[in-house]
Design a protein around this ligand. Structure first.
Ligand code: T5A
Length: 226
């Protein structure tokens, strides 16, 4: 049994973490039992980058804590790559081999969008580094939560404190958004756009429709059992 990796991506405050949690609850209530009973998946895993492992938690702290000493762009890139390499080897690959359905908050596209488009680092170098860090493990499906940058930042401000990257300039976040836009048009076979400008419930409905469609495509016999 080989599992599937579903990734949630988007700019700050796009609502992907909220939707990942809602998707987990929805799957557990609906398709999880038939998926498991029919032997398609072994279990459900929820994780994130950075910070999906113990080492990753320490790297996440270094990356996101609003620090006095600036982190150089290439150092930032390598820290995200180190978190990813650990996460893939320690958690993602073994869990997929066991047949897990994995919901992951951010993955390689975030590095392309933030460190590539946002910081202006070389996109070929980032592709190579992503390849090294993942050992070639791509997502099976990526949901891109498309939301106007200012709307997303306004949502995060309502929460109070802002982390190191959230504190960056509006122009930086707009370049990140452009990165996600270009990734989505370059990889239509893997990335599905979700209009994240609606209410939580309306966005969940879009997400559930996409998940249902992709799960049925991966496991056609599921239709008869759901
Ligand atoms: N990063 C990450 C890189 O630079 N390179 C990389 O390679 C990787 C992997 C991660 C940071 O690291 C950067 C990107 C990030 O800056 P994080 O804490 O994981 O840090 O930050 P985010 O992933 O951006 O998480 P956020 O919590 O800030 O944003 P989300 O997940 O998009 O949004 P969410 O769901 O937490 O919602 C934000 C707020 O909006 C409300 C929620 O209640 C919450 O208060 N909300 C809505 N409000 C109105 N309408 C809706 N539909 C709403 N949905 C949610």
């Amino acid at each position: 049994m080989q599992g599937k990796l579903i990734v949630f991506e988007g700019v700050e405050g796009s609502g992907k973490t909220t939707q990942l949690q809602r998707s987990q609850a929805w799957l557990l209530d609906s398709l999880y039992k038939p998926l498991q009973a029919q032997g398609y998946i072994s279990h459900l895993v929820v994780t994130r980058q950075p910070g999906g492992t113990e080492l990753g938690q320490s790297i996440r702290q270094l990356l996101l804590h609003p620090t006095q000493s600036p982190i150089q762009d290439r150092a930032e890139l390598l820290l995200y790559a180190a978190d990813r390499a650990q996460h893939v080897e320690e958690l993602l690959k073994p869990q997929l081999e066991q047949g897990a359905l994995i919901l992951c908050d951010r993955y390689t596209d975030s590095t392309v969008a933030y460190q590539g488009y946002g910081r202006g680092l070389d996109l070929n170098l980032i592709d190579q580094l992503n390849q090294v860090a993942t050992g070639g493990l791509d997502s099976n499906l990526t949901l891109w939560f498309d939301l106007d940058v200012e709307q997303g930042l306004a949502r995060t401000r309502l929460r109070g404190s802002a982390d190191r990257i959230e504190q960056d300039s509006l122009a930086f976040h707009q370049r990140v958004q452009q990165g996600f836009r270009e990734l989505a048009s370059a990889h239509p076979n893997r990335i599905v756009r979700i209009d994240a400008s609606h209410s939580e419930t309306e966005v969940s409905e879009q997400v559930q429709a996409v998940l249902q469609q992709w799960l049925m495509q991966w496991y056609p016999a599921l239709l008869r059992h759901s």
